[in-house]
Design a protein around this ligand. Structure first.
Ligand code: SAM
Length: 218
């Protein structure tokens, strides 16, 4: 999954992952992180998710990371916010009020940029990456986050041989194997969602679950 793959999906408007409402699992599980007002939340591989303005409305400062300039421009336009763009060593930073989106490859973002992060919201990010990139994602972006960071991670699980990703199936075993060396991992919720995902049914997928984890960096 190269940068060009995602950029061209944005240019072609093929963004089926985007939701027109805030993710209910975020509403349910965010309070368990006990985020303090003003603390900074990382939203990796952010797209133009409406979860960012929701997090800002809870009093958080939001840092999205997104490759596609088109996605970032669409976000600020649709939110009726005018972004101010500044150059940073990691790439252009688009900011309006408490939401900033860094136009960059998440694998390349520096520890300095991430030094103020206290929380992460990872939806359709880890699972957007093929198996060979998932370990690299954890060994770069997650590894550069400060100790004490906590996160809500949302995954999907389905028989991978029945459909190609993205989104990819990421099992509970894999989540533990990716994170548990450095992060405490706790499963918060698991539920069947096949009937709410007609595109998976149409593709012949026989089972689909979503799982939500809390991660705490030691
Ligand atoms: C499946 S979408 C999910 C977007 C968002 N998390 C949501 O819930 O709507 C994945 C997004 O990650 C972006 N992306 C993919 N690889 C990336 C990378 N290495 N660095 C930054 N953004 C990336 C894509 O452009 C795309 O917008």
């Amino acid at each position: 999954m190269e940068a060009d793959y995602w950029k061209s999906r944005w240019l072609r408007g093929e963004t089926g992952w985007h939701r027109d409402e805030v993710m209910p699992l975020l509403l349910r599980h965010w309070p368990s992180l006990h985020a303090k007002p003003g603390s900074e939340v990382l939203v990796p591989l952010s797209g133009k998710t409406l979860d960012m303005p929701w997090l800002a409305a809870q009093g958080q400062r939001v840092l999205g990371i997104e490759l596609s300039e088109r996605a970032i421009k669409s976000f600020f336009l649709e939110q009726e916010l005018s972004d101010v763009v500044s150059d940073t060593p990691d790439g252009p930073l688009h900011r309006a009020n408490d939401i900033a989106i860094l136009e960059a490859d998440a694998f390349e973002v520096s520890e300095t940029t991430l030094s103020g992060i206290r929380h992460v919201y990872d939806r359709a990010a880890l699972i957007a990456l093929p198996p060979e990139l998932r370990q690299r994602y954890v060994d770069t972006l997650y590894a550069r986050l400060p100790a004490g960071t906590n996160a809500v991670l949302i995954t999907l699980e389905y028989p991978q041989h029945e459909k190609d990703g993205p989104p990819f199936s990421v099992s509970e075993d894999e989540v533990y194997s990716l994170f548990s060396r450095v992060w405490d991992v706790a499963l918060l919720e698991r539920r069947d969602i096949l009937q709410q995902q007609p595109s998976f049914v149409a593709d012949g997928v026989s089972a689909l679950q979503t799982a939500v984890y809390r991660l705490d960096k030691r």
